[in-house]
Structure formats: structure tokens, C-alpha cells
Design a protein around this ligand. Structure first.
Ligand code: 5GP
Ligand code: ZN
Length: 120
């Protein structure tokens, strides 16, 4: 069964459609990237598929283009933000123990400070 492309209740779907404002740094037909409203580093961008995919657990064959594209787009954003060489982290939280708080797949692009490892 086809998945619903957008969810009216999903804040990230509403950002992707332009219904809710966000500082968008990149968008194309597959993905949208915008600044996190509560940044955890000098650069904190969220990169999402336009399609509503609730979590990494729900990623399927039909998402491989958008999810793969997110990695490429993130590297381009890192270049534009001036952190491609100094370093950045691309991370996706999945589920409660990882701290996922929005049920629409998103990758955090974090940079601009030394990032601890292991993460908390
Ligand atoms: P998670 O906790 O699910 O890994 O990440 C969700 C992220 O979305 C958080 O870093 C949070 O600050 C961000 N966020 C939540 N609501 C909004 C919003 O309305 N606009 C923007 N730009 N970011 C949001
Ligand atoms: Zn959504």
C-alpha cells in the first residue's frame, strides 16, 4: 500500500510544504534542509526527505533516492557552511532511547565546535 506522502499533523511536512516558516538553506524535489530552531552547535541544520517517513525504521526501497541524496546534500551544505574540512557530524536519532522527538526522518548536520564522542 502506498504511504501517504504528507502528514497534516507533522511539523516537518508542514515546513517542507512552506506552511510553517523555517530558515531553509537548501531544497529540491526530494529533500529540504533548514536550520534547527534550537541549535546545538554553531551550524545545526536538519535535512529531511519531502516525503513523510516516520523514522529510520520505516525507510523502504522507495526511499533510497531521497535518503541517499540527503548524504550528498549534507556534504554540499557542509561545504557552504565552511565546515567540510574542519569537520561535521551527520546523525539521525531513531526511537525513544536515541531521543527522536519528531516522527519524520531527519538528519542533523552539526558543526562549528568540537563534538564529543561518544555522544551523550
Ligand atoms: P530529534 O530530537 O527528533 O532528533 O530532533 C528534532 C529536532 O527538531 C530538534 O533538534 C528540534 O530543535 C527541531 N525542531 C523541532 N521543531 C522544530 C521547528 O518547528 N522548526 C525547526 N526549525 N526545528 C524544529
Ligand atoms: Zn512528516
Amino acid at each position: 500500500m502506498a504511504r501517504e506522502e504528507q502528514s497534516a499533523e507533522c511539523i516537518f511536512c508542514r515546513i517542507a510544504s512552506g506552511e510553517i516558516p523555517a530558515t531553509i538553506v537548501y531544497q529540491d524535489e526530494l529533500v529540504v534542509a533548514f536550520r534547527d530552531v534550537n541549535p546545538q552547535a554553531p551550524t545545526h541544520v536538519l535535512v529531511i526527505p519531502r516525503e513523510h517517513v516516520p523514522s529510520l525504521n520505516a525507510v523502504s526501497e522507495q526511499d533510497k533516492d531521497s535518503i541517499g541524496h540527503i548524504v550528498r546534500v549534507s556534504a554540499q551544505i557542509a561545504e557552504a557552511e565552511g565546515c567540510a574540512d574542519t569537520g561535521y557530524r551527520l546523525v539521525a536519532n531513531c526511537g525513544p532511547e536515541a531521543g527522536q522527538s519528531v516522527d519524520h526522518v531527519h538528519f542533523h548536520l552539526l558543526a562549528g565546535r568540537r563534538l564529543g564522542w561518544p555522544p551523550g
